[in-house]
Design a protein around this ligand. Structure first.
Ligand code: NAD
Ligand code: MG
Length: 387
């Protein structure tokens, strides 16, 4: 069997590194053709050499000379900037891991989708901001979208071979994050270090903060709506602190199917890497006797207003989810920089949604433009808050 040619967009991040970890353990199955990163030249060039990639792309163009220098003496092509990112996504690879964080991943993901690739989609912000454009493009090009997000991957597995007409509800589980049982008062003043310390998962900083505000679950609600074509009123969120059940599908006959596994992203990533087959992983197995019990709680939208904001944005339609995402990205960045309080994140997003009056974006260019405008507006309103 020939090896599957893969590209990893966002190779230096948490999901990107987990992907490469799986590939390293199965070199007979996969051939890495392209890797990309924002600015970590050292890790990028190290991995490009290690996996014998053909192309290494650094998003930050000022770092191209440094990347070239690091790759001297190899046949690896060094490139930089957005057209090179699109080339990594739409070029030689058959399978593309979309693991760039934020709306910055949108254009490269779309390049892969339009080129008809099998796209393993971790970059949830791309679906949140351009869900309908992306699923339409996939239908046109014949691209396959495989969800990497553990909840959506679980649902994808629970839908396989089933009667889609008979789906009653999707149930997304949420760990509740590090502040699940904290009072609103205690939560208002948490530090970035406390917010990124997730109890069950090890992830990049942005998604860790999103988990702490539960905006992550809000983004996942929108993601699920676009991926599976299920209306928001039939997508429930249940807090499940053990993160053992990764999500469920309820059918009209009363059956509920769930996917369980360890809290290790290598499990859903491996599912997409080998799809439609399966592969072995060295991941530590779930020990049901050690888990012993599974708890479920209703989410608290008072303490976690992000859940309500995401539902409202999805109900309002196209432009609102772009604004929700952009304001959240800026607010999270500002919080991580220590310049606003934790509770200000949701306040910023709510204000951005209240002030928006934009038409539904009709193209990726529209989304990119709206995203830039919404970021600018959120940055300005935060500058006023901080000063
Ligand atoms: P991360 O911050 O660890 O890594 C992000 C990657 O994107 C890095 O390789 C970085 O170089 C690259 N990147 C960042 N900004 C960029 C830009 N402007 N242009 C080009 N590249 C850029 O993030 P992560 O935790 O790996 O998450 C990646 C995506 O996967 C996010 O959308 C996240 O929501 C999603 N996701 C992550 C996890 C997880 O366990 N980490 C789980 C589910 C979903
Ligand atoms: Mg998730």
């Amino acid at each position: 069997m020939s090896r599957r040619k893969i590209a990893v967009l966002g190779a230096t991040g948490s999901v990107g590194q987990s992907t490469l970890d799986l590939v390293a353990a199965a070199p007979e199955q996969f051939e890495v053709v392209a890797l990309t990163a924002a600015s970590n030249v050292e890790q990028l060039s190290k991995d490009a050499r290690r996996f014998g990639a053909n192309l290494a792309v650094i998003a930050n163009e000022t770092l191209l000379p440094e990347l070239r220098e690091q790759l001297q003496g190899t046949n690896i092509q060094a490139a930089a900037g957005s057209s090179a990112l699109a080339e990594a996504a739409a070029g030689e690879a058959e399978w593309v891991m979309a693991a760039i964080v934020g709306c910055a991943g949108l254009e490269p993901v779309m390049a892969a989708v339009e080129a008809g690739k099998t796209v393993a989609l971790a970059n949830k912000e791309a679906l949140v901001t351009a869900g309908h454009l992306m699923t339409e493009a996939a239908t046109r090009s014949g691209a396959t979208l495989l969800p990497v997000d553990s909840e959506h991957n679980a649902i994808f597995q629970c839908l396989a071979g089933q009667d889609r007409e008979m789906v009653a509800r999707l149930i997304l589980t949420a760990s509740g994050g590090p502040f699940r049982d904290w009072s609103a008062l205690a939560m208002a003043r948490v530090t970035p270090a406390q917010a990124v310390a997730h109890p069950n998962w090890s992830m990049g900083a942005k998604i860790s903060v999103d988990s702490a505000t539960m905006m992550n679950k809000g983004l996942e609600l929108i993601e699920a709506h676009y991926l599976f074509g299920v209306p928001a009123d039939r997508i429930d969120i249940v807090v499940h602190p053990q993160s053992v059940i990764h999500s469920l599908v309820e059918y009209e006959d009363g059956s509920m199917l769930a996917q369980l596994g360890p809290s290790d992203m290598r499990v859903p990533i491996a599912h997409t890497l080998a799809w439609p087959r399966r592969m072995h992983t060295a991941v530590e197995r779930l020990d049901l006797l050690a888990v012993a019990r599974l708890d479920f709680e209703a989410p608290d939208e008072q303490r976690f207003p992000a859940l309500r904001l995401a539902r409202e944005a999805l109900a309002a339609g196209g432009a609102a989810t772009v604004v929700l995402n952009a304001a959240n990205e800026i607010a999270v960045e500002t919080f991580l920089g220590g310049r606003i309080h934790f509770a200000d994140i949701a306040v910023t997003v709510e204000a951005a949604l209240a002030n928006m009056s934009d038409p539904i974006p009709q193209s990726i260019a529209d989304v990119v433009e709206l995203d830039a405008r919404a970021r600018h507006a959120a940055t300005q309103s935060l500058a006023e808050t901080v000063s």
